[in-house]
Design a binder for this molecule. Sequence first.
Ligand code: SAH
Length: 245
Amino acid sequence: MTERMTDRMELLARSVPELGLELNDGQLELFEVYYRELADWNQRMNLTSVIDYSEVQVKHFLDSLTLAPALGGGLAAGTRVVDVGAGAGFPGLPLKLACPDIHLSLVEATGKKADFLRHLVTALGLPDVAVYTGRAEELAHRPELRAGFDLSLARGVAKLPALLEYTLPFTRRGGRVAAWKRGAIERELDAAQRAMQILGGRLERIYPVKAPGLTDNRIVLTVEKIKATPGAYPRRPGMPAKQPL
Ligand code: SAH
């Protein structure tokens, strides 16, 4: 533990410049707090199987930040971001730590995970973060959330057709969705064509992640929102995954 404190988030600190980002000492300290809270809560509930100190820095923190090069830079101040299926906070919270002036909303269906997220937001002292407990299928119909975001994120949540049904309704026209994927995605992309069309999305970019330690064919895929999503979507809870568009 003492050892660890001396090389605080060193792996992360060394790697972020490759993404075109910088983290100051205060930000690295917050990532350290994030790690400690994650490790602590993970003993009592299953938040993540990746919990080794080095692995969390790379596979959770750095991986979350690969959005920056995928978009061609960090997130501008004031950008309204929603992370759908945030789980233990990835990718939304690392992005909030790296780009503190974004407005972040976290959507998480599991109450206990949402409890962790609320605890973490307090422990990190983060302003401008809202945590919603609930399913995207319901929350995306709330007038104050619908089409209310410039950027909707999802990592490890669903195959593309369902993922788009969860995220595009939250996204304003002219905004975009970013999805973290791994491996060959051609078939998944083909299968998502219909969902794109119905929900008002258009594939923007397939960005192959280049970052130290992330060598397993990770991709950040961005989808532009080109027209409004019809009011019928998302369908009722469970439907997007059970009967993909
Ligand atoms: N994004 C995190 C968690 C991935 S696990 C990460 O990359 O580490 C997927 C998470 O999405 C789970 O916590 C699950 O509860 C949540 N989830 C799945 N479907 C959802 C939905 N329709 N609405 C809200 N949350 C959902």
